[in-house]
Each structure stands twice: as structure tokens, then as C-alpha cells.
Design a binder for this molecule. Structure first.
Ligand code: NAD
Length: 296
């Protein structure tokens, strides 16, 4: 029986507009499949990152939660992790800054002993029509979504190589899970910087996976479709916008952060020990050309 609990399993209907079906509940407990493992989640104070941190803790991991500048939100997440039985801490830092990332990893390792799992979650959108997109809008998104994943992955890999096999807690020497997007394969007009960052992260992930598989380091991505978080609130808050969005999703509902978190836990666990260089789409079928379901 799993000794840890998490509110990630049952976010319920609280605060949900009536047109959104909400999380599919009840769900099976995760079980302590990450017991004894140490994780760092970037951008862990909201949306997918928060749900991932809670699910990792429910699965038995201790968790360092990165935040950019939201000390109140990160304190709430750390409290929730501790309430679930985990050792938890917050690590402030900008993932696009090399200096911050080196400090974040070293603070996490000092507090937890090492890290076994990195979840590269932090991400931003700065949308503009292509002809109007500024260089700053391009650089900011590439800086966080692509360079940020590179800097965090490199620092984590150095730690994995330094500690080597951790057979007492898991089969691999380390695991990296990048939060990508269906827009690592679906072009997205008006979001060229974002699609380029996620497409780049996809091949970066596969290349790192190829290089590091001999060292028993596994590198994978989870690619969400439309997930109900603050990043895309304009697409689900109003009924009309929501209904237009759902036309793109064969499963007929927006995803919840817990849908993504469960896939991350599985990829991080020994259940996925032979999985590396893979992208797991958690998107209700969004990348299956839904327009063809009736018009093909
Ligand atoms: P969110 O806005 O709730 O979360 C993004 C997090 O990243 C925030 O906590 C934010 O503070 C943090 N962050 C931003 N810049 C940072 C920086 N420089 N350093 C450290 N942290 C930083 O949105 P979300 O939907 O939970 O997004 C999480 C990830 O999921 C992102 O990578 C996003 O691209 C991806 N994603 C989301 C969806 C969706 O539908 N919500 C779909 C596909 C992919």
C-alpha cells in the first residue's frame, strides 16, 4: 500500500468552469515506485510542474522545486510535498542562466544527497505574428524552452556521471524527462518561437539519449497537448473558446496536469527502464490530424 498521498490525484471540480468535465477520478494510487530517489522539477510552482512535483512525491521521491521568483507559491508546493511525506526544498533560479542552473543543481544535491531525476518543465510563450515577432520575443522563448533544457540537462548529466550507478534505488544512473509539446511536430502559426523551441528540444533530447544510453542515463520527453493550466487560460476559460479547442482533441476534453504528471512518473520509474529517446504524447489524440476524422 502506498504510504504517501497527494492532492494531485483528485483535483476535483473546485474552481472549474461548468463546461469543463474535470479530472477523471478516482484514480489508482501511484505506489512508491520512486522510493529513495531524488528529483528536481523546474518551474514547479504552477500547472504541470506543480502536479509533477506532487506526483513524484506520491511515488516516493524527494523533490527540489525550482521557481523563478514566486516564493509564496513555491512555499505552498513545498508544504504540500512535505505533507505527502517527502523531503522537499525550493531552489530559486532562472533556467536560462548558466550560473543560476549550476547553483540550482548544487543546492539540490547538497540538500538531497544527489539527484536521480530531472524534469525539465519550465517554459514560456510569447506569441506574435511572424512578421511582427521581435528578436527579444524569439530569444526569450528559445532561452527558457530550449537553452534552459540544455543547461539543466547538462548540469544533471554531470551529476549522474559523477555518482554512476545507483542500484540501491533504481536501475538507471539518471533520468531526464523534458516537457515538450505536441508543437514539437505540429507547426503553429503565430507561435513560431515556441514551436521552434519545442522542435529543437525534441532532437536535442534524442541526441542526448543516443550519446548517454551506454552510461545508463535515460532521456525522454512527455509532449502534452492542451492541458488546463495558467499558460493557456484564454483557450479554456470561456465556453466558446473551450468548444473551439475541443474540436482539435479526439478524446473530447482538455487534459489535466495530473494526466501529464502520471506519464512523467512512469518514464522516471524502472517500469520504463528500456525506454530512452522517446516522446510520449499525452494529448487526447491531438497530434492525430483530427480534421481528418470527418473530412478525410
Ligand atoms: P505554467 O505557466 O503554469 O508553468 C510554467 C512554469 O515555468 C511556471 O511555473 C513559470 O514560473 C516557470 N518559468 C518560466 N520561466 C522560467 C525561468 N526562466 N526559469 C524557471 N522557471 C520558469 O504553464 P504549464 O502549462 O504548466 O507549462 C509547463 C510546461 O508544459 C511548459 O514547458 C509548456 O511549454 C509545456 N506545455 C504546456 C501545455 C499546456 O497546454 N498547458 C501544452 C504543451 C506543453
Amino acid at each position: 500500500m502506498n504510504g504517501r498521498t497527494s492532492d494531485a490525484r483528485d483535483s476535483g471540480r473546485e474552481g472549474l468552469p461548468s463546461h469543463i468535465p474535470g479530472t477523471v477520478t478516482p484514480r489508482e494510487p501511484l505506489g512508491e515506485i520512486l522510493k529513495g530517489q531524488k528529483a528536481l522539477v523546474t518551474g514547479g510552482t504552477s500547472g504541470i510542474g506543480r502536479a509533477v512535483a506532487l506526483a513524484l512525491a506520491e511515488a516516493g521521491a524527494d523533490v527540489a522545486v525550482n521557481h523563478l521568483s514566486d516564493s509564496e507559491a513555491v512555499a505552498e508546493v513545498v508544504d504540500a510535498l512535505e505533507a505527502a511525506g517527502a523531503t522537499a526544498l525550493s531552489v530559486q533560479g532562472d533556467v536560462s542562466s548558466e550560473e543560476d542552473v549550476e547553483r540550482m543543481i548544487s543546492e539540490s544535491c547538497d540538500a538531497l544527497g544527489t539527484i536521480d531525476i530531472l524534469v525539465n518543465n519550465a517554459g514560456i510563450q510569447k506569441d506574435a505574428r511572424f512578421a511582427d515577432m521581435t528578436l527579444d520575443e524569439w530569444n526569450d522563448v528559445i532561452g527558457v524552452n530550449l537553452t534552459g533544457q540544455f543547461l539543466c540537462a547538462r548540469a544533471a548529466v554531470r551529476e549522474f556521471l559523477a555518482h554512476g550507478d545507483r542500484t540501491e534505488v533504481c536501475a538507471a544512473a539518471g533520468k531526464i524527462i523534458g516537457i515538450s509539446s505536441v508543437h514539437d511536430v505540429i507547426p503553429w502559426a503565430g507561435h513560431v518561437n515556441y514551436a521552434a523551441s519545442k522542435g529543437g528540444a525534441q532532437l536535442m533530447m534524442k541526441s542526448i539519449a543516443q550519446e548517454l544510453a551506454p552510461y545508463r542515463i535515460r532521456v525522454n520527453s512527455v509532449a502534452p497537448g492542451a492541458i488546463r493550466t495558467p499558460i493557456n487560460e484564454q483557450a479554456w476559460r470561456d465556453r466558446d473558446d473551450y468548444e473551439e479547442l475541443v474540436r482539435l482533441i479526439p478524446a473530447g476534453r482538455i487534459g489535466e496536469a495530473e494526466d501529464v504528471a502520471r506519464a512523467v512518473v512512469w518514464l522516471a520509474s524502472d517500469h520504463a527502464d528500456y525506454v530512452t529517446g522517446a516522446t510520449l504524447y499525452v494529448d487526447g489524440g491531438m497530434q492525430l490530424y483530427p480534421g481528418f476524422s470527418e473530412a478525410g
